[in-house]
Design a protein around this ligand. Structure first.
Ligand code: 5AD
Ligand code: SF4
Ligand code: FES
Length: 372
């Protein structure tokens, strides 16, 4: 049996290696974290990028078994931010040099929604002179919609695969076309084809999920050659079907620890991608996001959603920052990043180096005569 150090020396991890790293403990676990920290500082530096998070709407047509804002949950008042509220949040991000925002929402695909996002993107572009980069996280859409939004000014797209194992996916979602694993995978491929920087991710510690599944998730990220990742622990929500399995889950602390290991291993595997220190990490451990930064994450999402809506965007329970205005989240995160020993990349887009290096590669293939 190899040790963690011997595994870390390999250039490509096999599935067994990943399982070993995910199960590591004591000094071996610390060695993993240390190695990830070094890789981060060598390949992406100590700069953390802010993505101002706008939770645009909690209307959702889907019924994922784990999520608090699923269509079937009538406990939340449904909201949609007004254009003025969105533009104000964008303006806050712009004035504070965030350089980048994420617009996230429950999944809606009707014409009015698609056009509304398109017009908001154009207004954001105008209002900020194209200086704010926009990431969308609006679920599965048609190729035409993805294309329209890219044309209107979006740059990146986050669509979590949630779990890369199709049979596990089936256990966590209703069995119908709008929750189909292959459709989701196709949506990810379409995003890539249309020209976005593509981010995906998984939840960690779900019912029926094994360490072997998590190893497969990491291999999925590598094979899909993703530009960005956002992963976090699964946190049960009382208003969801999966809640009945709460007693079979691993303890929250273990879910958190596995999430840290997933971040660390992914940083070592995919050295130049962007990895988020997700809010769900902080739900379990008050220092969760700092800890994620210390083992390889380099992106953080300060919440810009107006406080009056935050109670209604609870994908999971105990979500932090329910009462904190944008300003408070900003100073809170500045302090956290400082504690983690990093600095903030104010005024920088912080595009995935992975994506830009691929673009360089692509442009090298363009005949010299066409380059200028
Ligand atoms: N626990 C943790 N993460 C969740 N998400 C949805 N429900 C939960 C939950 N109960 C995540 C999903 C989704 C993202 C927006 O939030 O991964 O893609
Ligand atoms: Fe809707 Fe996304 Fe929640 Fe699924 S995870 S119910 S698509 S908001
Ligand atoms: Fe919102 Fe700390 S990040 S209060």
């Amino acid at each position: 049996m190899l040790s963690v150090s011997q595994i870390l020396d390999k250039s490509v991890f096999q599935k067994d290696d990943l399982i070993y790293l995910l199960n590591s403990s004591g000094s071996e676990r610390l060695k993993l974290f240390e190695n990830a920290r070094e890789v981060k500082s060598t390949f992406v530096g100590k700069k953390v990028f802010f993505r101002g998070l706008i939770e645009y709407s909690n209307y959702c047509k889907k019924n994922c078994y784990y999520c608090g804002i699923r269509a079937g949950n009538s406990r939340y008042a449904r909201y949609r931010m007004t254009d003025a509220e969105v533009l104000e949040a964008v303006n806050y991000a712009f004035k504070n040099d965030y350089a980048s925002i994420v617009i996230q929402s429950g999944e809606q695909t009707n014409k009015a929604f698609v056009s509304k996002i398109e017009s908001l993107l154009k207004r954001i572009h105008r209002q900020t002179d194209g200086k704010i980069h926009v990431t969308l996280s609006l679920g599965e859409q048609s190729e035409d919609t993805y294309h329209r939004w890219l044309e209107a000014g979006a740059h990146r797209y986050l669509l979590r695969i949630e779990v890369s194992n199709p049979s596990l996916y089936l256990k966590l979602h209703p069995n119908n076309l709008s929750h189909d694993y292959h459709r989701r995978l196709d949506a990810l491929k379409t995003l890539r084809k249309v020209g976005y920087q593509v981010g995906t991710g998984v939840m960690i510690g779900l019912p029926f999920q094994s360490v072997s599944d998590l190893a497969d998730d990491l291999i999925f990220f590598r094979e899909f050659d993703i530009d960005m990742a956002g992963m976090g622990p699964y946190i049960e929500h009382a208003d969801t079907p999966l809640y009945k399995y709460r007693d079979s889950l691993m303890p929250l602390k273990s879910r958190f620890d596995l999430s840290l290991k997933m971040v660390a291993i992914l940083r070592i595997m995919m050295k130049n991608i962007n990895i988020a220190a997700t809010t769900a990490m902080q739900t379990i451990d008050p220092q969760g996001r700092e800890k994620a930064l210390m083992v390889g994450a380099n992106v953080i999402m300060p919440n810009l959603t107006p406080v009056k809506y935050r109670q209604d965007y609870l994908l999971y329970e105990n979500k932090p920052c329910l009462d904190e205005e944008a300003e408070e989240c900003k100073s809170c995160l500045e302090a956290r990043i400082h504690i983690a020993g990093d600095t903030i990349g104010y005024g920088e887009w912080g595009d995935s180096k992975h994506f830009s290096q691929m673009s360089l590669k692509d442009s090298a293939e363009i005949p010299a005569a066409l380059k200028k």
